[in-house]
Design a protein. Structure first.
Lengths: 289, 289
């Protein structure tokens, strides 16, 4: 704790922070950032979802369905805030091995699983709130994790790419109504790929493959990856994120660049992203709409 | 020719019909259907795109860019109608090896290649019309090739699937504005995949893979493939089509069924599609919105 002593309404000591870890390297990156700014991160690994090494931090492993154990652990440690980060495979309700704490809440839970992803997450958030645990966004804990407005790397944006960014952003916005579309690849007004359940990495790999096999014939660098959250999406629950792997994927797909909704997309390991982008000749930039 | 003799404005002899053959088996299926109903099909194979054996029919092979040769061939044979069918890899303008007939029209052609797919096709259609060749839809030549309203196979549609069909159709409709989205997979209100440049087969393979690798955890049959043309799409130029391979893909993705915009999606080899669907426990049905 790095609390300041004395003096009424002074800055409060940073409270401990739980991090519910989905797949990929993002949770550990957020934990490192939390530690750096003096929050005391406690990582919750989910068996079958978390695949990063969380052992470098205080942590616990849980199974999906161990809802009672989750809340007991948080209470025990006096944790009132949690960040959810990294992709979590959505289970079927029937597959959950419910502990007693989950069984008590089973009617609520079953109800949630009839909703879309966004609905499911909103419902989970309400359950957390009822238990006195506030869900916070990684960008709230560490604002420097969010994409800034403007360039992150050295490569500038060409004029034609700006219209692809605007076009992609408009399309993603219109997909929001259907709780779909956090990413798309647009090349000169043409939609090459739209992201749904497969995620950004798989979408980029698809574009790379379509080009490699000649099914998409494009000369040289072409296309922009546009990432933005769904309109009205609760960023605490599901915030789009990119990292070094995204840059590698964009380079393999021979894109011209990567455009991120400023303040609304997480950039994990910004320095390395910028370096990789520069090396591959990609622009990386936050945009505002 | 099966023309009737004598008698003023009687039914005209069925004129010969050219078929511009894209990839896959659809062009040959349409040619067989054209022959069955007494049109005299002349197939145009495109080097690098056409992959079906077109030698069973009168035919010619052309390279993309051999525009002059194309029109000369059509004129020579007195062909005033052409069907375009099967996926055509969109080339880069700079890759075209233009013959003299193409060079004469190069300014127009270059202009077209700055447009989206739909724009490109509309422009090509205008060029054909100017040459006195009318582009007709396969469904106009042979209406029985289009999806009917209602079931094609034995399997009925469950109530929940109906809302997925309506949801998917609405989403595809809203993507029309972006000249994207001829297909999507929706499972209980959740969008699993949206089709862009990869095509339907690749989209279905993706869903199958996401399920096989456990990234998508769904129990048993789940999801509906919804196919519809873009709003305002000129069906003569680019009509969504499904065939036996689509059924096999849907079966591998463990879907519940396949829903087609009635009258606006081609069904190639309807009998076999229905048999495959029945065998896999899939419904296949045309829907109206």
């Amino acid at each position: 704790m790095n609390g300041l002593s004395g003096g009424a309404p002074g800055p409060a000591a940073a409270p401990p922070l739980a991090i519910l870890c989905g797949a990929g390297a993002f949770p550990v990156a957020v934990a490192a950032e939390a530690r750096r700014i003096g929050r005391d991160p406690f990582l919750i690994g989910v068996v079958g979802s978390t695949d990063a090494p969380i052992e470098a931090f205080a942590h616990v492993w849980l199974r999906l369905g161990e809802v009672g154990k989750l809340f007991a652990t948080l209470k025990e440690r006096g944790i009132g805030e949690i960040v959810m980060i990294g992709a979590m495979t959505r289970p079927e309700f029937a597959d959950l091995r419910l502990d007693w704490g989950a069984v008590k809440r089973a009617a609520d839970l079953a109800q949630l699983f009839r909703r879309g992803d966004n609905g499911l997450l909103l419902g989970l958030a309400a359950i957390f709130e009822r238990e006195g645990v506030r869900i916070v966004g990684a960008h709230e804990v560490a604002p420097e994790l969010a994409a800034p407005s403007g360039l992150l790397g050295a490569r500038p944006i060409a004029q034609g790419d700006r219209s692809d960014i605007a076009f992609g952003a408009r399309m993603l916005d219109s997909l929001s109504e259907f709780d779909a579309g956090q990413g798309a690849v647009v090349a000169a007004g043409r939609v090459l790929a739209i992201e749904a359940a497969e995620g950004t990495d798989a979408m980029l790999a698809r574009v790379a493959e379509l080009r490699a096999t000649g099914r998409l014939r494009l000369k040289g660098p072409a296309g922009v990856l546009v990432k933005a959250p769904k309109r009205g999406q609760d960023l605490r629950l599901d915030m789009p994120a990119i990292g070094p792997r995204t840059m590698e994927g964009a380079a393999k797909a021979q894109l011209k660049g990567v455009a991120l909704a400023a303040g609304r997309v997480l950039v994990i390991d910004r320095e390395r992203c910028a370096r990789l982008a520069d090396a591959a000749g990609l622009f990386v930039s936050g945009f505002t709409t």
